[in-house]
Structure formats: structure tokens, C-alpha cells
Design a protein around this ligand. Structure first.
Ligand code: CO8
Length: 257
């Protein structure tokens, strides 16, 4: 079977998952999503992996769901595929996920990028939710994650027109974290990954979990989640090491314990 998702280890503590169907602009077919989910499940179990970078190959991050596979699909078949479980594997990844987006991130491709925690876009990247143009709507979180990222009026403009936007506009509206020159994209994403991979992983994981869970909870509940996680981290060796190293004016050595 073709490897539609390649697993690479570009630096200590960093796993890179590369969508590998460039001839179809990395259109996400079912097998590709199964492979993605398998990789994310595996990575979640690996304590030595601290950060995941998700990137494309060729001239796209991903141009959406595979339309050839969907064109004749019926509702019941779609329901029985339970594809949401495959996406959930990505959403549940405890380690930070950095999407490095080059070229097209459209439809399911944009939704995939929005599963990440940080999005670095190449100057040439283009984002959009063009599902409406083919008679459907986003089905992998596009209506909800986009709304939460950029607000109602910008989300609905993108969703209702299906129009594409460039990296600068995506940055201005808060859909991406930063923009890098095309040729520097992967290096920059890796730099960020290495920076985070060197930090205490328990603190990193708690920050991710609390931000994501808290974003959809009432403020008082979210603040309580934050307080509990903050207090919990004082049980870690890395907290003792981090604070002592600061006071002793030396570099901390974090063990993830
Ligand atoms: N599905 C299948 N094949 C695709 C897709 C796609 N989404 N996008 C591109 N391809 C294929 C083309 O068919 C073509 O194949 P071939 O060479 O065999 O003809 C090859 O990739 C190159 O594409 P183009 O020749 O079209 O390249 P262009 O540079 O002319 O155009 C575009 C690039 C603008 C990206 C154009 O390909 C395009 O508009 N693609 C479709 C974009 C789209 O509508 N995406 C949304 C799909 S719907 C969706 O994502 C629903 C999500 C719901 C849940 C999520 C599930 C994953």
C-alpha cells in the first residue's frame, strides 16, 4: 500500500507527518485520513515525541476532501464511515501540533490545518472553505473552528462565498499564527517545534489541554481548569528544576517528570 502520510523525525523530540499525495494536491481520501489517524494515535503514546509538525508535499498542504471519492457517495454510507473518529485522533493529540502550510489549504485541508495548535503559513499559502461551490458545506469542523478562530463575520464571509484568501489576509484575521517566506517555511516550523520540544512537556501539555477545553467552557469553569492544572504542575520535578535552575542562574534540565 502507498504511504499517503510519511513519518519523519527531523529533530530530537519532533515527529513530522507529511501528506504525500502531491499528484492530487494531497486531496484527503479515506485511506489518507486512516493513515493520519493511525500516526496520531501512535504519536500520542510516545513520550519522547514532544511536538508534531504536519505539512504537505508539492504545491499544496491539502486541497480538501477527495472529490472523486465523494461525488457518488450517499448519506448513509457517509454516516457509516464514521470519519469523525479519524479526525478526533488529531484533535486528541496531547502534544502540540504545528501545521506548516504551503500552497492550498482548502476545504478539508483548511479544516485539517485548523486541528493544529499553531499554523505557520508560507507567503504563497491560500486558505478557503470552498465546499459551498460543490454543493455541500464543511464537515470536519470548518464551520465551528473557523468561527472560533476569526469570528462570525469573517467566518461566514469565507464559508458563504467559498472564496480563497492569501497568507497575509489569513494572518490579519487570526487564522494563522505567522507567515514565513516560502523557502523558509519548513525550517521555521521546525524551529518552533524544537523550541517547544525543549520546554517541560508536562507544562506544555497542560497549557494545550486547558486552552482547548477552556475555550468552550464557561469562564468560571475554564478558570477553575486553569487553576487546577497550574496547581498540579507543582507536583512535577520539572517545576522544581525549572524554578531552582532560575534561582541558581543555570540552564534547567527538564525530564518530563
Ligand atoms: N479532490 C480530488 N482531486 C483533487 C482535488 C480534490 N479536492 N483538488 C485537486 N485535485 C486533483 C485534480 O483533479 C488534478 O488531478 P488530475 O491532474 O488527475 O486532473 C490535480 O489534483 C491537480 O489539480 P488542478 O489541475 O485542479 O490544479 P489547479 O492548480 O488548476 O487548481 C485548485 C488547484 C484550485 C486547488 C483546484 O484543484 C480545486 O479547486 N480543487 C478542489 C478544491 C475544493 O473544492 N476543495 C473542497 C473539497 S470539499 C471538502 O473538502 C469537504 C470537506 C468535508 C469533510 C472533510 C473530509 C476530508
Amino acid at each position: 500500500m502507498d504511504e499517503l502520510v510519511l513519518l519523519e523525525y527531523p529533530a530530537p523530540g519532533v515527529a513530522r507527518l507529511r501528506l504525500n499525495r502531491p499528484q492530487a494536491l494531497n486531496a484527503l481520501n479515506l485511506e489518507m485520513r486512516r493513515q493520519l489517524a493511525r500516526h496520531f494515535h501512535a504519536v500520542a503514546e510516545q513520550r519522547d515525541i514532544r511536538v508534531v509538525v504536519l505539512c504537505g508535499a508539492g504545491r499544496a498542504f491539502a486541497a480538501g476532501a477527495d472529490l472523486a471519492e465523494l461525488a457518488d457517495c450517499g448519506s448513509i454510507e457517509l454516516m457509516q464511515r464514521q470519519v469523525h473518529k479519524l479526525w478526533q485522533a488529531i484533535a486528541d493529540c496531547p502534544q502540540p501540533v504545528i501545521a506548516a502550510v504551503t500552497g492550498y489549504a482548502l476545504g478539508g485541508g483548511c479544516e485539517l490545518a485548523m486541528h493544529a495548535d499553531i499554523i505557520v503559513a508560507a507567503e504563497s499559502a491560500q486558505f478557503g472553505q470552498p465546499e459551498v461551490k460543490v454543493g455541500v458545506m464543511p464537515g470536519a469542523g470548518g464551520t465551528q473552528r473557523l468561527l472560533r478562530a476569526v469570528g462570525k463575520f469573517r467566518a461566514l464571509k469565507l464559508l458563504l462565498t467559498g472564496e480563497r484568501i492569501g497568507a497575509a489576509e489569513a494572518l490579519a484575521m487570526g487564522l494563522v499564527s505567522e507567515v514565513a517566506a516560502d523557502e523558509a517555511l519548513e525550517t521555521r516550523a521546525l524551529e518552533l517545534a524544537m523550541q517547544i520540544a525543549a520546554l517541560p512537556p508536562l507544562a506544555v501539555a497542560q497549557i494545550k489541554e486547558v486552552v482547548l477545553a477552556g475555550a468552550d467552557a464557561p469562564l468560571a469553569t475554564a478558570l477553575m481548569l486553569e487553576r487546577k492544572a497550574y496547581q498540579l504542575l507543582f507536583a512535577s520535578r520539572d517545576q522544581k528544576e525549572g524554578m531552582r535552575a532560575f534561582l541558581e542562574k543555570r540552564a534547567a534540565v527538564f525530564l518530563g517528570e
